[in-house]
Design a protein. Structure first.
Length: 77
């Protein structure tokens, strides 16, 4: 499974294939995924010199993640 931007795909489909109303209807009625953004330890404000400084977080590698993570920089996704 992969997540897509269904609104952008629907817009593209209407532009290039305007007569495919069944497909557009299928996109609108497709189930959605409840997804949350993950903050990797290396991007976390509490990660420093190979250690996570959250109490109770045992992640040691920059590509791990935990549920306490907050990004160092607010403007990154």
């Amino acid at each position: 499974m992969r997540l897509i931007n269904a609104d952008a795909f629907e817009k593209w489909l209407k532009e290039f294939y305007p007569s495919h109303l069944e497909i557009i209807s299928g996109i609108r009625n497709a189930p959605t995924v409840d997804a949350v953004s993950v903050v990797r330890c290396g991007e976390c404000e509490k990660y420093s010199r190979g250690f996570c400084l959250h109490g109770g977080c045992y992640a040691k590698k920059p590509d791990n993640f935990c549920n306490f993570g907050k990004r160092k920089y607010a403007n990154t996704p």
